[in-house]
Design a binder for this molecule. Structure first.
Ligand SMILES: *Cc1c(COP(=O)(O)O)cnc(C)c1O
Length: 401
């Protein structure tokens, strides 16, 4: 009987997502190891000079240099592509390397893009500060309004770029409607899917062209390494993206790829449990704080849309207190939940975006995005949610709530 391998796309694409996350892309060496091997090598040796020449000419299969290919990184790329339902994927050193590469590899002077206003701080720096330096214009829109996307299209518009749910306001973009608007106008869509991961939402099922990740977040999921990925059609990845990344070098280290492979094995379990925990914590906070945003609660303005395109509400919620003083007082009173700006970790972490992740943006941009001085973002981890609730209850009282 033939053993199934994680390399055979005809077989692996029929697997269900949890199976793909454990076994997809796995390639065994001649030792038959069960866990993926970690290939810490920068280069590769050839049997003869003619082989080296043939490999560089692309006439012989095989690897030449780890900026270009690495067996451990390739296993992760195959696994992520499979889970995403993408033809191909390439990993990058960080989520921001993935976003930067996905933008710069295809945009040129004179191009125009449309981006959702609620976005990770560094993503806004790319659209607001970096791209204009190269003559690429961005129109920022309220991503929750479908007609805003349509109205922003110009003859030179190349790309729509957005997150859903967005960091940290948890705005939801209507994937099917916005991807459809883009398609009809001949515009590509680039979706940052870090919050949901393919376990809760696969943007390509709704027509997205390119999906990019910070794998630092839920995919590693235990706060260990930085990593990123770009998924898309083979033509885009192999031609447009690879010539850019192979020559500019935002390569993921084999060690970090190996850690993320281990993380993916438990992604399905973790994201489901953390979403359940987040719902329990959000239900406790509702009514206890002046305002709360969690896509899994009926009080979220786009709850129905979130539940239609996501399998659960995700691990992150935002709560709003009076002002910065009260927000900092709440953080300082926490005993269990860490004050930390990371997300996707199995530990519960809370941050004050206005003074950390979004401090680099102007007060006007923060206000326009909905990042107020009293906003706190909570990543709910794998602890017993009752312990997280106890900690929040005490800290809220200490902060006068
Ligand atoms: C964290 C994050 C990024 C950046 O990823 P890094 O791995 O930290 O570079 C981009 N987008 C979103 C939505 C994120 O949460």
């Amino acid at each position: 009987m033939k053993r199934l391998t994680g390399q055979d796309r005809a077989v692996t694409s029929r697997w269900r997502p949890a199976t793909q996350a454990v076994r997809g892309g796995t390639a065994r060496s001649e030792y038959g190891e069960t866990s993926e091997a970690l290939f810490l090598t920068s280069g590769y040796a050839y049997d003869c000079a003619a082989d080296a020449a043939a490999r560089f000419a692309g006439e012989q299969q095989g690897m030449t240099y780890s900026r270009l290919q690495n067996p451990t990184v390739e296993m992760l790329e195959k696994r992520i592509a499979l889970m995403e339902g993408a033809e191909s994927a390439r990993c990058m050193a960080t989520g921001m390397a993935a976003m930067t590469a996905a933008l710069l590899c295809q945009l040129s002077q004179g191009d125009h893009i449309v981006a959702g206003r609620a976005a990770f701080g560094s993503c806004r720096w790319l659209t607001d500060t970096l791209l204009p330096r190269f003559g690429i214009e961005t129109t920022i829109v309220d991503g929750t309004r479908n007609d805003a996307w349509a109205e922003a299209i110009r003859p030179n518009t190349k790309l729509f770029f957005f997150e859903t749910p967005a960091n940290p306001t948890l705005d939801i973009v209507d994937l099917a409607a916005v991807c459809d608007i883009a398609k009809k106008a001949g515009v590509l869509t680039l979706v940052d899917n870090a919050f949901a991961t393919p376990m809760l939402q696969r943007p390509m099922d709704y027509g997205a062209d390119i999906v990019a990740y910070s794998a630092t977040k839920m995919m590693d999921g235990q706060g260990r390494v930085l990593a990123g990925a770009v998924c898309g059609p083979e033509e885009f990845i192999e031609k447009t993206l690879l010539s850019f990344t192979r020559n500019t070098g935002p390569t993921l280290s084999a060690f970090n790829a190996w850690v993320v492979l281990k993380g993916l094995e438990t992604l399905d379990l973790r994201i489901r449990r953390q979403s359940e925990n987040a719902l329990a914590v959000a239900s406790f906070l509702e009514g206890r704080v002046p305002r709360l945003l969690y896509p899994g609660l009926a009080s979220h303005p786009q709850h129905a849309l979130a539940m239609a395109q996501m399998q659960a509400g995700g691990t992150i919620l935002s709560l709003f207190v009076e002002d910065r003083r009260q927000a900092h007082a709440l953080l300082d009173a926490l005993e269990l939940v860490d004050i930390s700006n990371n997300i996707g970790d199995s530990r519960s972490l809370m941050t004050h975006p206005a003074s950390t992740t979004h401090a680099g943006l102007s007060a006007e941009v923060r206000a326009e995005m909905g990042v107020t001085e009293g906003m706190l973002r909570l990543n709910v981890g794998l602890e017993d949610p009752l312990d997280v609730i106890d900690d929040l209850d005490r800290a809220l009282k200490a902060a006068g709530l």
